[in-house]
Each structure stands twice: as C-alpha cells, then as structure tokens.
Design a protein around this ligand. Sequence first.
Ligand code: GDP
Ligand code: MG
Length: 337
Amino acid sequence: MKVGIIGLPNVGKSSLFNFLTRGQVQVAKFPFTTIDRNVGMVTISDKRLEQIAEITQASKVRFACIEYVDIAGLIKGASQGDGLGNKFLAHIRDVDLMIHVLRCFADPDIPHIDSQILPQRDYEIVRAELYLSDLGVVERRIDKIKKKAECREELKNLLMIKDALSKGQVPETTVRDLPLLSTKQELIVLNLDEDGRFEADIKGFDIYRLSVKLEEDISDFTEEEKQTLRKDAGLNPTGFAGLMRLCMEKLSIIIFYTIKGCETRAWPIKKGTRVLNAAGKIHSDMKEGFIKAEVLEGKDFIACGGFSPAQQAGLTKIEGKEYIVKDGDIILIKFRK
Ligand SMILES: Nc1nc2c(ncn2[C@@H]2O[C@H](COP(=O)(O)OP(=O)(O)O)[C@@H](O)[C@H]2O)c(=O)[nH]1
Ligand SMILES: [Mg+2]
C-alpha cells in the first residue's frame, strides 16, 4: 500500500518524507529539487510482533511496511504541463492515500508562491490541478465512447462526473477503470511554526497538526518531553508516529503474522480481506493450492507461549478460504504444492 506526499514546493514535503523514512533525500529551498519521486519503505512499529518473535526466538523478524512517496513538482498549471507537469500526476495515480502538506510556517528565507501564508488558497491551487487533470481524463473517455450505443449508461455517469469536476467538487459517481486523482483519500498535514499557534483557515477535513521544524529541534528529546512540547505548541501530541497511525487507519490496514522456520513476519492487508487472498500475498502457490488455514489469535499465542501449547489448549481454529482475516491473527496456510 502506498501513501503519496503532495503539496506546493517548499511546504516541507521532503523534510516530512525524510523524517518518516529517515532516508537521505535531498532537502533544499529550490523548487523541483526532487526531480523524480522519492520512494521509501517505512516499517510499522509493532509491539505484538516483538512479543511473538521473542517466543519464536526468530533470527529474522520482518515488520510490515508502508510505502511512502515524496511527489514533487506540483504547481499551478501542472495539469497543463507546467513544472513537472503530468509526470507528477502520474505518480499520484498509483497511491492509495494522499498526504497533502500545507505550509503554515512563515519563514521569509524559504520562498513561497507569495509572501502571504494562506493554506486554504494553497490547498485549492493543488486541488484545482487534480480536478483539471481528471477533467482531461473524463473528456477523453467521453470522446471515445460517446458514439457507442452500448455505453449509454457509462456516458451518463461520465457527464455527471464531468459536471462535478468542473465545479471543483469530488464526483459522487464512479465509472469502472477510470483513474481519477481527486477521488483519492486525502489527509491534510498542516506544517506549522515551532509554536504551532497559526490559525489555519482550513476546516472540515482530516487534519493533522505537525511542525517539521520543531521535530528537527527536539529529535534528541525523550518521547515524554516531545509529547509535552507538542501539546504546549497546539500540535498533535504524537508527531510522526501518530501521523503514520492515522495513515494506517485511513487505509484500513490490519496486520497478520506468519511463523516459518527462523522467520517471524508481519503482513499488512486491508480490513475485510479473505484468508485466500492473504495467502496469495505470501505466495501465489499458497493461493492456488489453498486447502485450509490454521488460525490463532496473537494474544493467545503470547499468553500460551507458542503455537503448540495454544493448539493443545484448543485455541487454534481451522478455517476455509472465505475466512476474513482479523487484526493480530497468526496464520498457518496448508496448501497443495
Ligand atoms: N521554518 C521552517 N522551515 C521548514 C519547515 N519545514 C521545512 N522547512 C524548510 O523549508 C525548505 C523546503 O523544505 P522541503 O522539505 O524541501 O520542501 P518541499 O519542496 O515541499 O519538499 C527546507 O529548507 C526546509 O528546511 C518548517 O516547519 N519550518
Ligand atoms: Mg521536495
């Protein structure tokens, strides 16, 4: 699953990405430093996995990851090819969730589209590019199908979508295989000054208040001190960790576990996934040859001190391919090779 970080230049996208991935992405004050996208895998911290791995004495412990992509080049006119133009739009196309970073810090040394800090305006500039890009997609589809009698229903929906987009609204209808950007889930991050006091004129969204600058300044502090400082500054108290949790919630991600030989591993999947498809994530052979799954709740594994004792206590269950995986399940797939 992929999360894309978007926003105007110099709002703190790469700084945020660096913190999340602790990678070495170039951060600088010129627009388009990030020529292409930066991609980083971020591990999901997981106490339960640590406890399970302690019992299995795994020599290889693999945490679940979410991919974060730092997408640069979004400026006014991008949908018409300005800046990095359609390239960045293509990058947004394959993310499952957008983090839209809005600049709320005033620093005169860091250029901005103008001297005023107006997050709502910035938000709308970026959204407008998404709508315009989507309009292009919809219009091309309309041109392609408008003469086909069998596509009348689709055409009706496309016209409704077009109407919404041209008013700058998220369309309520969908059409199969239409790759729209504006309908993607979005989470707004306000990148605030260290004192966090700026009152953004943004309302009615999932908003996360963060100060990348403050995080840089306090990175050596204890977690407790960090939380106090963030709270005092009117920011979300849990910083980047809280943001990552929110991303997981928005993506409806749950975690299941596998134990095989020396490896204990956590796997991220969407809530509501059948065990057959979860097996397919591990290996396509497991899906194709699926026979059954033996399932144990992680907390029972931990309480009993392992799979066999839990089995003996009658806590494991045999499930068929329709079983819906639950967060924390430890799963053993039986399959035909
Ligand atoms: N004062 C201040 N500067 C910041 C903050 N976040 C990022 N910057 C600086 O703004 C500049 C642009 O940041 P960058 O992350 O490259 O922005 P991007 O273009 O959105 O990727 C860098 O010099 C950062 O150090 C912040 O919260 N406060
Ligand atoms: Mg950047």
